[in-house]
Design a protein around this ligand. Structure first.
Ligand SMILES: Cc1cc2nc3c(=O)[nH]c(=O)nc-3n(C[C@H](O)[C@H](O)[C@H](O)COP(=O)(O)O)c2cc1C
Length: 223
């Protein structure tokens, strides 16, 4: 498929069927092959549309394209070449502490996007605040927010797969260093996990290797 082509519905279905085998955590990207902006837009849309608990989306997705910044990040990521050679990297960053204000922003968005009054959402707002701010989850809302990041990551990986774009989920980095380098601490967020997006190099050693997975009879426990 030409790099710039956005798939139609039929092609998307076929790509999904084949994609589970086709995709792999790419180790070596072809730095000369860039994912087209309209394809990246599809992938970013998938991140936006990922579900989250209550719908609050207590995270940010930091799209890093700047080459110098990526060189610095690579040093804090076990020198993994994907950080500099992919078309872009997306760093998922969780809110340190989910606040009443965060919930209010979500309620305002909900009212605006659904054409409702904020007043009519007060009961829902109070449930969320009572749980993730003042309730038991409030004590670990940064961790709660981090879990949501992985769902958004999953959506990104899936979208990349159906668009035949290569992607690498990556935890192999120093989260504290990433948080500092990207100045996320100043915004009240911390780096959790990242994803490189691009096209595989023709000689990536991992590409031809068979996938290793837990057999279904062990993976699924039926009750
Ligand atoms: C949360 C997470 C973190 C990962 N971190 C890295 C990483 O830092 N570097 C890397 O090359 N692969 C990383 N991987 C890729 C896994 O090793 C890979 O997904 C797994 O071995 C399954 O292989 P496959 O994705 O090629 O099917 C990570 C995967 C996940 C889900």
């Amino acid at each position: 498929m030409p790099a710039s082509q956005v798939l139609n519905d039929q092609e998307l279905t076929a790509a999904w069927r084949e994609g589970l085998e086709w995709r792999y955590a790419t180790k070596k990207y072809d730095a000369t092959k860039k994912v087209a902006p309209e394809v990246l837009e599809q992938l970013h849309h998938a991140v936006q549309m990922a579900p989250s608990s209550y719908g609050v989306q207590p995270y940010r997705a930091v799209i890093v394209t700047d080459p110098e910044l990526r060189k610095t990040l690579r040093q804090a990521a076990w020198n993994q070449p994907q950080v500099t050679d992919a078309t872009e990297i997306v760093v998922f960053a969780a809110k340190d502490n989910v606040s009443e204000e965060d919930v209010d922003v979500f309620i305002r968005d909900t009212a605006g996007q659904r054409g409702m009054s904020e007043d009519s959402l007060k009961a829902y707002r109070d449930i969320i605040v009572g749980d993730v701010v003042n309730g038991p989850r409030g004590k670990w809302s940064g961790e709660w927010a981090a879990r949501q990041c992985y769902i958004a990551l999953g959506f990104l990986l899936n979208a990349a797969m159906v668009h035949h774009v290569d992607a690498t989920p990556m935890e192999g980095f120093d989260p504290a260093a990433f948080t500092k380098i990207l100045e996320l601490d100043k915004l009240g967020y911390h780096a959790v996990v990242m994803c490189a997006i691009g096209y595989r190099a023709h000689d990536d050693w991992l590409a031809p290797l068979k996938k290793v997975r837990t057999p279904q009879e062990r993976l699924f426990i039926r009750r």
